[in-house]
Design a protein around this ligand. Structure first.
Ligand code: DX5
Ligand code: ZN
Length: 216
């Protein structure tokens, strides 16, 4: 079982982003999570390619890019060129998800698919062997600092069963309202990766909080 921690910079201090990235570099965090929002798929706009390009120059950990955008296909190459190592698209916006996942992998990135809280796990049964990662939203996407949706634990258990039954190697990542308490339950339920924004960046000592996540 993996215990991968991917801090979401959405909750970071953007006035000191470089310092925040250096903190992540020196911490026990495994990846860096980027919540890219277009204001169409989700009711918020966050940041885009320039932020990824600049962070790539100083980051020593893989860039885990979560696209909350209505039309991801034209941005596969630009995000690859900007330094994305993992690129995750939302199931809810992909008319040809198998083609999109293949295109991401063809460009040398790990390919992820994300499910909103209302989207059932079984929709992935015919693509689960093709994806490297499944991101389950544990809040409605668009904002950090929201309340964790408890039904996510059950979805993790269902997804873990689907992955095992289909002999898939996909990792299970959880994003939204994750903290040390529900994080422990999520790992027990079968999650591999936890995304945490406010729980890490609002902590007195973010680096220490990351250590706590690694050892829950
Ligand atoms: C929602 C975002 C958030 C963010 C983490 O669209 O994806 O889930 O990454 O936010 P926290 O950890 O602050 O809830
Ligand atoms: Zn995210």
């Amino acid at each position: 079982m993996n215990r991968i921690i991917s801090p979401s910079i959405l909750a970071a201090d953007f006035n000191n982003l470089g310092k925040e990235i250096l903190m992540i570099n020196q911490s026990e965090a495994d990846w860096i999570h980027f919540d890219v929002m277009d204001g169409v798929f989700v009711p918020n706009i966050s940041f885009g390619l320039p932020v990824i390009q600049h962070v790539k120059k100083i980051a020593t950990k893989p860039l885990d890019v979560h696209l909350m955008i209505i039309n991801p296909d034209p941005f596969i190459l630009p995000f690859r060129d900007s330094g994305a190592d993992i690129l995750t698209v939302h199931y809810e916006v992909c008319k040809h998800l198998d083609r999109t996942i293949s295109a991401i992998k063809k460009e040398g990135m790990k390919a992820g698919v994300c499910l909103n809280p209302h989207t059932p796990v079984h929709v992935l049964e015919d693509i689960i062997r093709e994806v490297d990662l499944v991101l389950l939203m544990s809040v409605n996407p668009g904002f950090g600092g929201q309340k964790f949706i408890q039904n996510t634990i059950r979805k993790v258990e269902l997804l873990r069963k689907l992955i095992n039954d289909k002999h898939s190697n996909a990792l299970i990542e959880i994003d939204g309202g994750v903290n040390l308490e529900n994080g422990k339950l999520l790992f027990t339920a079968g999650a591999d990766v936890l995304v945490a924004g406010s729980s890490i960046f609002d902590a007195q000592n973010p680096s220490e909080q990351i250590h706590h996540f690694k050892t829950i």
